[in-house]
Design a protein around this ligand. Structure first.
Ligand SMILES: Cc1cc2nc3c(=O)[nH]c(=O)nc-3n(C[C@H](O)[C@H](O)[C@H](O)COP(=O)(O)OP(=O)(O)OC[C@H]3O[C@@H](n4cnc5c(N)ncnc54)[C@H](O)[C@@H]3O)c2cc1C
Length: 564
């Protein structure tokens, strides 16, 4: 089947879940789809869809066969025959197609527009389940096969290489990673793309565009990750931040018919997306990784038609008039009849000279699979006494030689869940150091030594350790709001009953009613999740708040004329 093409994509997931990934449609289902789509005659050699195309139709094969080709048509992923259908998550999202579809044997197919597929997954429960499962599994198989159109030449000691790796991984973009320090093919690749070791990280996009240390936005644009959207459109709800709060609001709002746009600086999932394993989120008794939770939530939001742009940072809120305008780093602004601030929080760093020098290579703020590979078999330090520090310690203890958990306080009881404290006690290679703080970090081009001081016994020590995980609480992502809404003394957004008469007077609150729960000092502007003052900093509460505030969004939209 594949001789003429070279290798068939080897994929363990494809083998294991072939029937769900490429299910055959039943005759009755094909009849339903035939009524919606357009019949096309397909001739051998004809390309039905080129990889990189934005507006990708879904084809249902009626007769003949169609090849699903990856990597510049050099590898066959699957041969679609009668009853099979094409498409994957990029179809729903409106991002560029990951594979090429080429007819192998003459036949016929039904072509469905992306909008028709979107409407189908919202209205036909049986086909929705079948299509959504297949689309999600196909994306997972693409990632697993290292297929896709991106080659990343990087080094584990380069912070920008790790940034790009994280951006691609967290945005579920399949890519092939070559470590310039260990991969045998690297010289040939340097020569082929006219680059050298000083240029890394280098990203080669679709075999032709070569970027030297590109920004995340360069990569998003080259790969067509974001859908092409009309930024002049008036949205019912503009959501800033695609963490659990923003995604939950997007799912509810879009499923209830609101026009929703989400902008996200980095990738869906927010802080939760960096968690190796979440064990206390309802419904996942064996735990779920942050990446999997984010992926599922995003698929759900896209199923209902919410539009997400990543590598897209909000830099301001124009609150002088309604509709409000969320200003973007790349220029321009999005107009929203209502706005949800779901920009969360980010980790505090430590006040230590030089620490920034090792950011991403020796100093980390997340403990995902990526970091666990980086420090495999090594001795590491985790700073912090909260749940995220505890989870990281337990997770990394599985792959690291020894984990030093450093906390300023005299114990963990006041700041960490009991189940995690027990796990830490039962894990022999985690060493807890109470009343202890890092005093210095040293190294040349990478972190090599860390000193710490224990206040309880006055001892100072230095250790040859190359990885420090800083997990010491968070500061809110609110500077972009430029004081448009009332904030508390720590910079978190005040909402509902939190807003006192003074806040409302200062904000010139114009309505007779008080602000709704989660409404800020500006009518129709809401805040949910970690960014909200006095919120419980947990995934479940962020999801709950994001979902609940949609009720209030509906109410405030009724208060204003629909043109505004
Ligand atoms: C490693 C780790 C493990 C954790 N484990 C657990 C756990 O097991 N259980 C639990 O309940 N909680 C856990 N938490 C806490 C939980 O992840 C947070 O409470 C939750 O993610 C908050 O969700 P959020 O949507 O409010 O904000 P965030 O998750 O912070 O998301 C905010 C998003 O907004 C984006 N953003 C910020 N500013 C802008 C801007 N100007 N423009 C556009 N986008 C912007 C950010 O990039 C981010 O994606 C963990 C946190 C971490 C870091």
């Amino acid at each position: 089947m594949s001789e003429a093409l070279g290798p068939v994509v080897a994929n363990e997931l494809l083998e294991r879940r072939r029937e769900q990934m490429f299910p055959k449609l039943a005759p009755a289902q094909i009849v339903r789809l035939e009524a919606l789509g357009r019949r096309v005659e397909a001739h051998a050699g004809q390309v039905l869809l080129e990889s990189g195309t934005r507006h990708s139709h879904v084809f249902i094969v009626l007769s003949g066969s169609v090849e699903v080709l990856l990597r510049d048509r050099s590898e066959l992923m699957y041969l679609l025959t009668a009853g099979d259908f094409s498409g994957e998550m990029s179809t729903l999202r409106g991002s560029a197609a990951q594979a090429c579809l080429r007819v192998r044997e003459d036949g016929a197919a039904i072509a469905l527009e992306p909008e028709q597929i979107r409407s189908l997954v919202q209205t036909d429960a049986e086909l929705s389940e079948l299509l959504m499962r297949a689309f999600i599994l196909r994306r997972m198989a693409l990632i697993g096969s290292g297929g896709g159109e991106v080659l990343l030449l990087g080094s584990r000691h380069s912070a920008d290489s790790l940034r790009l790796q994280a951006f691609l991984t967290r945005n579920t973009q399949p890519f092939h990673h070559v470590d310039v320090e260990s991969d045998a093919d690297v010289a040939a690749l340097f020569e082929r793309f006219h680059v050298g070791p000083n240029d890394i990280p280098v990203v080669v996009c679709r075999g032709e565009h070569v970027f030297r240390n590109p920004s995340n936005r360069d990569i998003a644009e080259c790969l067509g990750i974001n859908p092409q959207l009309d930024d002049s459109r008036l949205y019912d709800l503009v959501i800033v931040g695609a963490g659990p709060a923003g995604l939950a609001a997007a799912v509810y709002a879009a499923s209830e018919g609101l026009r929703v746009r989400i902008v996200e600086t980095l990738a869906p999932g927010g802080q939760a997306g960096t968690s190796s394993k979440i064990e206390n989120y309802l419904g996942f008794p064996t735990g779920i990784s942050g990446a999997a939770l984010a992926g599922r939530a995003l698929s759900q939001a896209q199923k209902f038609g919410a539009a997400l742009s990543v590598a897209c940072e909000a830099t301001g809120l124009n609150c002088a008039q309604r509709p409000y305008a969320v200003e973007l780093a790349q220029g321009g602004a999005l107009r929203g009849r209502s706005v949800l601030i779901a920009s969360g929080a980010q980790y505090r760093t430590l006040a230590i000279d030089n620490l920034g020098r090792y950011h991403g290579t020796g100093v980390h703020y997340a403990a995902t699979h990526l970091e666990s590979v980086l420090c495999q078999g090594e001795e590491i330090i985790i700073v912090g006494g909260g749940n995220s520090a505890g989870q990281a310690a337990v997770f990394l203890a599985g792959s690291c030689q020894r984990v030093h958990l450093l906390v300023r306080s005299r114990g963990l009881a006041a700041s960490m869940s009991n189940y995690l404290i027990r796990r830490i006690e039962q894990t022999p290679n985690i060493v807890l150091h109470t009343s202890t703080q890092i005093t210095a970090v040293e190294g040349t081009d990478r972190l090599e030594r860390v000193s710490w001081h224990c206040g309880a016994d006055g001892r100072s020590e230095q250790h040859a350790i190359g990885h420090v995980f800083v997990m010491t609480g968070a500061v809110p992502n609110t500077p972009w709001l430029q004081n448009c809404v009332a904030l508390d003394s720590d910079g978190f957004v005040k909402t509902g009953p939190e807003l006192d008469a003074q806040d409302l007077a200062a904000a010139r609150w114009p309505l007779r009613r008080p602000p709704h729960s989660m409404e800020t000092s500006l009518p129709g502007v809401f805040a949910a999740g970690d960014v909200r003052s006095r919120s419980v900093k947990r995934i479940a509460s962020a999801v709950g708040e994001g979902s609940i505030c949609v009720q209030y969004v509906h109410r405030t939209l009724q208060e204003i004329p629909s043109a505004v």
